[in-house]
Design a binder for this molecule. Structure first.
Ligand SMILES: Nc1nc2c(ncn2[C@@H]2O[C@H](COP(=O)(O)OP(=O)(O)OP(=O)(O)O)[C@@H](O)[C@H]2O)c(=O)[nH]1
Ligand SMILES: [Zn+2]
Length: 300
């Protein structure tokens, strides 16, 4: 696995294996990047808004490869269209990429590549099968995932005035289900919560740490994408701490993710479980969410 510019000291080595354009139901195209790394066997992802945010490990020239190989793995500039034969030049859009002759690394040019010093809206999101695919009202992960996409795509969010990414940004999607304990153990944690434990106690009762996640792969992915000034979408102070990696990654702004139901009574997730979950994250995990936290609804 080739080292990337991101491998500084203790960071894992990440390699973008493939990138593909995904036309979305929400409007913008996104570019889905699949990563391998030298720490775990998981397929971590980056959901990239903006064709010009370029993975250095994907675009780096590889010995003996053809232009067609590059297009097939997604290392192309501009748009793919039938009959195109050269990955590094899109002659319809008049765009070309250039590379360091010795190392084959992509050379930064403002016409074709996102500037690493641009403040970039980023969410480091941990996989939550239940919240993202099973309509769960136990957590706000699914809502946060959707909202992060909307915020990155828009200029600013009307309801809150939050400045969006205006079509540029990244959701780093880490396969760290259950705050790193996996889906099976998280389901057991849910049963313990139905028996009265909170989300912190349940992990501890299952002999897991409160939070078993490690964001270093996320850091390496952010650096591989040539981003250094991050506007981080999170309420989690620990995540901010783990993402900052001076001088390579700076958190220039923490962008809050206030539950939608707190700002709009008729929208978002409303349940006794999520109130307990959010309260525990605030009171026991230090999450930066202000009031209002509603007390447990009267019906216990
Ligand atoms: N063990 C455990 N994990 C949970 C529970 N509810 C949600 N999760 C996991 O918690 C993680 C939530 O991750 P994120 O939403 O990315 O991050 P966060 O730490 O909540 O902080 P934010 O960035 O503010 O959202 C996911 O891995 C979920 O699967 C729970 O009750 N127990
Ligand atoms: Zn969740």
């Amino acid at each position: 696995m080739t080292a990337t510019a991101a491998t500084q000291g203790d960071l894992p080595v990440v390699q973008c294996i493939a990138r593909a354009r995904i036309p979305t139901t929400q409007g913008p195209d996104i570019f889905l990047h699949l990563y391998a790394n030298n720490r775990d066997k998981k397929e971590h992802l980056a959901i990239v808004f903006g064709e010009d945010i370029r993975s250095r490990s994907l675009f780096k020239q590889r010995p003996g490869e053809s232009q067609s190989d590059r297009m097939i793995r997604g290392a192309y500039v501009g748009k793919l269209r039938p009959g195109r034969t050269i990955a590094d030049t899109d002659d319809v859009l008049g765009m070309s990429l250039h590379f360091d002759e010795k190392t084959g690394e992509l050379l930064y040019e403002s016409q074709t590549t996102w500037d690493k010093d641009n403040d970039t809206l980023v969410r480091i999101h941990s996989e939550c099968y239940t919240g993202e695919n099973a309509w769960s009202a136990r957590c706000d992960c699914g809502e946060q995932f959707d909202r992060a996409g909307r915020l990155i795509a828009c200029e600013h969010e009307r309801e809150t005035g939050i400045v969006g990414g205006n079509g540029h940004g990244v959701i780093v999607y880490l396969r760290q289900e259950g705050r790193g304990i996996g889906l099976g153990e998280k389901l057991k944690a849910y049963n313990l919560q139905d028996l009265g434990a909170d989300t912190v106690q349940a992990n501890l009762m299952l002999k897991h740490p409160v939070d078993a996640r490690d964001f270093s792969i996320g850091k390496a992915i952010i650096m591989d994408l040539g981003i250094s000034n991050v506007r981080l979408l999170t309420n989690n102070p620990d995540k901010i701490q783990q993402v900052v990696y001076e001088p390579y990654i700076r958190c220039v702004e923490r962008v809050p993710m206030v539950p939608i139901h707190w700002t709009n009574e008729n929208e978002g997730i409303k349940s006794k479980e999520i109130e307990g979950y959010l309260r525990t994250k605030i009171e026991r995990m230090g999450h930066l969410l202000q009031e209002p936290i509603k007390l447990h609804s009267s019906t216990e």
